[in-house]
Design a protein around this ligand. Structure first.
Ligand code: UD1
Length: 338
């Protein structure tokens, strides 16, 4: 089967392409390189020994998508192509709505016309906001997202539910918790652009001496050590969940399927625990200072991932330390390229 992977050269997308190829799927990648670089494609080929087809265009260009679908018989899509910076989405919200939703609708229109099913959507635990109870399962009520980025994820989910219902299609909405780490080959990982906003890239760059000090945003949260708690999931485990979710859709005999899965480890770690785990795993030090809370941050979020285990036979089993070790190896690789 041939799977269209949009954003297939991005952080989670590239790891998922590797897992798809390892599972004998053919892959067609569309990625406009707005948040990646061409060498990631070379590295995917090096890691897998296979060459996925690659198109460098923006999915808002419907006519280019039409040409692609005329040229390849596509059996499903994993859609990673989206802007994802929370802070930026508050400054340029229209660009977020336009980019994340127009590209999604273009693909769905083509899938409807061509009668293609099996669509996997990258969603986020951000759709839950600050949930009232932990852990968060798939029935936890959604709260209105705080950021325009988060709203594009909520809207994307709604669009896909309507698409599946009206046109009898199979879709899977995957709500990621906090993805971290890099490929064990150290050839694929998150490419930081500018000053990182997310915790792990900032910790990594601080350990590498690129940043002077990590700012820990708040130590007065109602948690055991006062710092906020998240569920950090290893990116290769996350990539494998996509293959499992895809296989479930393909094998599901129903005409209409709307799957929703939380993808996390089920374990929460505080910011300080992450910093110390990074130091222990890599025998490096991460200088830090405690600062005020960051606006919009929640106190705690971790998954109940039982549904994915039960229905997909999938579980995130890589430890935090192991994931953080791969992050550091990826950092060494990036430095060796400069
Ligand atoms: C953020 C987004 C979320 C998105 C996810 C993608 C917000 C409010 N949420 O999640 O919607 O899906 O990224 O990965 O932005 N921290 C520090 N110092 C830093 C950076 C982070 O102390 O320099 C803390 C944060 O306050 C937070 C934790 O580390 O408690 C994790 O932060 P981050 O990696 O940015 O992820 P989220 O905020 O959970």
């Amino acid at each position: 089967m041939t799977i269209l992977v949009t954003g297939g050269l991005g952080y989670i997308g590239s790891h998922t392409v590797v897992e798809l190829l390892n599972n004998h799927f053919d892959v067609v990648i569309v990625d406009d390189l707005s948040n990646s670089e061409k060498f990631i494609l070379d590295n995917i080929e090096e890691v897998t020994g296979k060459s996925p087809v690659y198109y460098p265009f923006d999915l808002k260009r419907r006519e280019l998508l039409t040409q692609l679908l005329d040229a390849h018989k596509i059996d499903g899509c994993i859609n990673f192509a989206a802007f994802k910076a929370v802070g930026e989405s508050q400054v340029i919200p229209l660009d977020y709505y336009e980019n994340n939703l127009f590209s999604l609708i273009n693909i769905l229109q083509e899938f409807k016309t061509r009668n293609i099913s099996n669509f996997i959507f990258s969603s986020s635990c951000t759709v839950y906001g600050q949930a009232d109870e932990m852990p968060i399962d798939e029935n936890t009520p959604l709260k209105e997202a705080e950021s325009s980025y988060g709203k594009t994820k909520q809207m994307g989910e709604s669009i896909l539910k309507d698409f599946a219902t009206a046109y009898h299609k199979k879709v899977s909405l995957l709500r990621y918790f906090n993805p971290i780490g890099a490929h064990p080959s150290a050839k694929l990982g998150e490419l930081p652009i500018g000053v990182p906003n997310n915790l792990i890239p900032y910790v990594t760059q601080t350990a590498a001496g690129i940043r002077e000090k990590l700012s820990i945003w708040g130590d007065d949260y109602p948690t055991p050590d006062g710092t906020a708690i998240r569920d950090y999931i290893y990116v290769v485990d996350l990539a494998k969940a996509h293959v499992a979710a895809l296989k479930k859709l393909i094998n599901d005999p129903s005409e209409t399927v709307i799957d929703i899965f939380n993808l996390g480890t089920g374990k929460g770690s505080s910011v300080l625990e992450v910093v110390h785990a990074f130091e222990n795993a890599n025998q490096v030090s991460v200088p830090y200072q405690i600062c005020e809370r960051r606006a919009g941050d929640i106190t705690i979020a971790y998954a109940n991932a039982d549904k994915a285990e039960k229905e997909l036979g999938w579980k995130a089993d890589t430890s935090l330390e192991e994931a953080l070790r791969t992050t550091w190896e990826w950092q060494q690789y990036l430095e060796s390229r400069n």
